[in-house]
Ligand binder design. Sequence first.
Ligand SMILES: C[S@@+](CC[C@H](N)C(=O)[O-])C[C@H]1O[C@@H](n2cnc3c(N)ncnc32)[C@H](O)[C@@H]1O
Length: 159
Amino acid sequence: MKQFTVTPIGVIHTPFKEAGGTPIQSAFAEGVEGVVEVFEEYVPGLKDVDGFERLWLMYWFDRVAGHKLHVTPYMDTQPRGLFATRAPSRPNPIGMSPVKLDRIEGNKLYIRDADMLDGTPLLDIKPYSPKFDYFEVSRSGWMDAVKEGSRTADERFHT
Ligand SMILES: C[S@@+](CC[C@H](N)C(=O)[O-])C[C@H]1O[C@@H](n2cnc3c(N)ncnc32)[C@H](O)[C@@H]1O
């Protein structure tokens, strides 16, 4: 199978230096501020981005240990298939977060609801659109049974 190379288009700055204590999703990181620094050559692509309240950030989990195909998610106590989780250690460790955009100044995007580590390599930015990205669903697998799961990470995927 063909191999692919990904090239970071920027870097995400957040208050989080290590996995332990970092929110596990943007939904649990309400108000957490971050700055997305877009490399100069990609800045023309930010035209019209300021009209969107939320953006999908796609990024690389650059500090995970190797992946396993069964993992115990932060929000559960029993092993689940990796692809039924949002665990950061994956064969292709790509993260996705629907962050809130406050403003853009030059090559910097000021965001909130950041759930990634400081220095995370940015792969892509896409507009969040409720027209495309919001669906009413009737089941969410094992997550339906979670009453009070953890909202922050520990080091289980990093050591
Ligand atoms: C459960 S993952 C979910 C991230 C994203 N919202 C998703 O669904 O793809 C979030 C956790 O990944 C870890 N993490 C974030 N950025 C990372 C990075 N650059 N390298 C390794 N781990 C990272 C942190 O522990 C964070 O709490």
